[in-house]
Design a binder for this molecule. Sequence first.
Ligand code: DX5
Ligand code: ZN
Length: 223
Amino acid sequence: MTARTFRIAPSILSANFARLGEEVAAVVAAGADMIHFDVMDNHFVPNLTVGPLVCEAIRPTTKSVIDVHLMIRPVDRIIPDFARAGANIISFHPEASEHVDRTVGLIHDSGCKAGLVLNPATPLSCLDHVLYKLDLVLIMSVNPGFGGQQFIPHALDKLREARRKIDGADREIMLEVDGGVNAGNIADIARAGADTFVAGSAIFGSKDYRATIQRMREALAAI
Ligand code: DX5
Ligand code: ZN
């Protein structure tokens, strides 16, 4: 296997929102590669989180990539707002857009990288006619809406298949995984083909963010 760049993306969903700026700074200082920013609307998913104003508020606190995961429907109207708020990557679910190709174009036109997110029961065939335009594929390893859920093992098979598709594409595409990732399972997930790992509760729920991220890196270095 060729050497792959691994990225760890703490999800602020599990951060202390009363001290969000400090939490972002703390995970960046602890070695995070990017900040995963979960946007929920109590409609597409049964939970409600934050929007562009909060993205804009944390933007000046870090140079890190802000990786926005939209769990909202519809998506198009608010994409330019997130771009202006400083998002670097914007990902959405195909079920949340009437015109997936158009939404990808809108994200690119706004100056961001574009990702498509597949829920556990969403088939990989969704990627077939759009992969060549994507910068990121996100495989959900839980049903979206909440932090702290158990990793769904079938996601490993899906990652292996997604890795094959991505390796066959003539483009650099990140393969991200989201949900239930921790230092104990990250190596298996990386072996299945993921290169970018979202982790919310595993990092923010730990006492020592640096030690947790370090344990994840050690597990990745050993594969
Ligand atoms: C779930 C979110 C995830 C969540 C992951 O809908 O998309 O990003 O924060 O949390 P953990 O790592 O705790 O499963
Ligand atoms: Zn997420």
